[in-house]
Design a protein around this ligand. Structure first.
Ligand code: GAR
Length: 200
């Protein structure tokens, strides 16, 4: 697939960026991958993922939410960066800011998120502890389109792991994270193909 046909994708992070790294590796490692990661943006200037992205040769930017008086002003600045970079698809990867309906509507059908649970179960935070407390036998992760309702948009794909005797939130999180790194590259490829095929 030629560079011009690839979907120009930005990854938004807040922290270490292990999912971001898996997306960059997938996109750079396969000439036929339908998306190119052309920008990584963090709302935290010190996020470890920014250095990882730069090492991989991807352009990085920080839009510090603390520098803006409210959520929407921050999002307008973020949106301007994405538009200036001619971004077509946005992948949230551990981006720990709730987005307003303004931003979500503006990027409708072009905004993905990875969430550490088998949606629709366990929307929101502390998913691993809540899965253990609920006594489920299976847990996992989901990639979905973002809609104004938190973690409630259409699911693109999921990966499942067993909950094992003796698990705590940390061991379960580690098992899920390993599947996140397989799931997100697959789901982003699917979303990019849908975008080029005119569906979303
Ligand atoms: C991942 O486990 C991701 O699923 C989760 O944050 C972690 C980020 O790790 N996202 C959420 O909880 C979103 N509500 P990473 O920075 O290493 O990709």
């Amino acid at each position: 697939m030629s560079g011009a046909e690839k979907v120009r994708t930005a990854v938004l992070i807040s922290g270490r960026g292990s999912n971001m790294a898996s997306l960059i590796a997938a996109a750079q490692g396969d000439p036929a991958y339908p998306a190119a990661i052309t920008l990584v943006v963090s709302n935290r200037p010190g996020a470890g993922g920014l250095a990882r992205a730069a090492e991989a040769g991807v352009a990085t930017d920080a839009v510090d939410h603390k520098a803006f008086p409210d959520r929407e002003t921050f999002e307008r600045a973020l949106d301007a960066r994405l538009r200036a970079a001619e971004i077509e698809l946005v992948a949230l990867a551990g981006f720990m800011r709730v987005l307003t309906p303004w931003f979500v509507t503006r990027w409708e059908g072009r905004l993905l998120n990875i969430h550490p649970s088998l949606l629709p179960a366990f929307r929101g935070v502390d998913t691993h502890a809540r899965a253990l407390a609920a006594g489920v036998a299976e847990h996992g992760c989901s990639v979905h389109y973002v809609t104004p309702e938190l973690d409630a948009g259409p699911v693109i794909d999921r990966e499942t792991v067993p909950v094992l005797p003796g698990d705590d939130a940390a061991t379960l999180a580690e098992r899920v994270l390993a599947r996140e790194h397989v799931l997100y590259p697959r789901a982003l490829a699917e979303a990019a193909r849908r975008l080029r095929g005119g569906q979303s």
